[in-house]
Design a protein around this ligand. Structure first.
Ligand code: SF4
Length: 323
């Protein structure tokens, strides 16, 4: 009889269960965070109220699943980003903390519960994202449409921002989602093309870029938004090239934030980009013509998304008035 000794600690075992495909990788070194990355611990009545609504409606948030450093601040302001299509992703990107594996069946009641949570939180702006669902014929496109329609039915004044997967090899899927008319269509390029193989191996840079372009071609009234993580080993010139690519695809809003390593099994942080460098990226991006730019160490796609949407709309109106 063989005795198996499980010497993983509780926390390590939980991490291993979330990322089984990464467990054979050697541990990546962990850099000490600089003082500008420190965040407040999540506490307070408003934080607890947001948490209760999320739990009562049995919803998944990317705030928790991705281990977002801004959760204390965002949830205290009743701002959470809902993650639909389950909590398990079919890709295994080396930067991402979302659980990977084979997802369960679609939850047909999820659109209703998301809509109820949006109403309960009286959200003026909501951000909805999802895991990748390569196992579904439409990549989960119809479920996005159902969620958008459910929110519109209950909260017609709430602006809707979606942050979608790339719908790679899912013919017609992106078009279906575009036609549901979200206010903001966000798809993150995440990093520069040279790093795709190590950071986003299941994705293709030019496919993602083309997805953003297709949104603008099909519905120019929709705002498009995309994000980059920095600190992964990219050069400034590569970041500027991606900015140019995004502008060629008509992207309106660029977000740039510091990559943070979720566990030792994830891609290592190459370096911490300073707040001054973020400021310089913002200045360059504005000069390149983005309507809105958010660039700071803690910027995430959905960070301050409601306030930024108001500014985005105002920026477009100002630009139209200048023409
Ligand atoms: S930045 Fe986005 S993902 Fe992070 S806590 Fe705020 S809403 Fe959630």
């Amino acid at each position: 009889m063989a005795t198996i000794i499980d010497n993983l600690s509780g926390a390590a075992a939980a991490r291993a269960a979330r990322h089984p495909e990464k467990q054979k990788r050697p541990d990546a070194p962990v850099l000490r965070k600089p003082e500008w990355i420190r965040v407040r611990a999540p506490v307070g009545a408003d934080y607890a109220a947001t948490r209760k609504i999320v739990k009562d409606n049995n919803l998944v948030t990317v705030c928790e699943e991705a281990g977002c450093p801004n959760i204390g601040e965002c949830w205290a302001q009743k701002h959470a980003t809902f993650m639909i299509l389950g909590d398990t992703c079919t890709r295994a990107c080396s930067f991402c903390n979302v659980k990977t594996g084979l997802p369960g069946p679609l939850d047909a009641d999820e659109p209703r519960r998301i809509a109820e949570a949006v109403a309960a939180m009286a959200l003026e702006h909501v951000v909805v994202t999802s895991v990748d669902r390569d196992d579904l014929t439409d990549g989960g496109a119809q479920h996005f449409v159902d969620v958008i329609n459910a929110i519109r039915a209950v909260s017609p004044k709430t602006s809707i921002e979606i942050l979608t997967p790339d719908f790679l090899r899912k013919a017609g899927a992106a078009e279906r989602v575009i036609d549901a008319k979200p206010d903001v269509f966000n798809h993150n390029l995440e990093t520069v093309p040279r790093l795709y193989l190590s950071i986003r191996p299941g994705a293709r840079y030019f496919h993602s870029l083309r997805l953003l372009e297709r949104v603008k071609e099909r519905d120019p009234s929709q705002f498009t938004k995309s994000g980059l993580m920095v600190g992964l080993g990219e050069t400034k010139e590569e970041v500027m090239q991606v900015m140019d690519d995004m502008r060629s695809a008509g992207v309106d809003f660029l977000t740039i934030g510091q990559y943070l390593q979720p566990t030792r099994k994830h891609a290592a942080v190459d370096r911490f980009v300073t707040p001054e460098e973020f400021k310089a990226y913002e200045t360059i991006a504005r000069a390149k013509g983005f309507l809105m730019v958010s660039a700071s160490p803690l910027t995430r796609s959905s960070y301050h998304a409601g306030d930024d949407f108001v500014r985005l709309r105002a920026a477009r109106e100002a630009e139209l008035a200048r023409r």
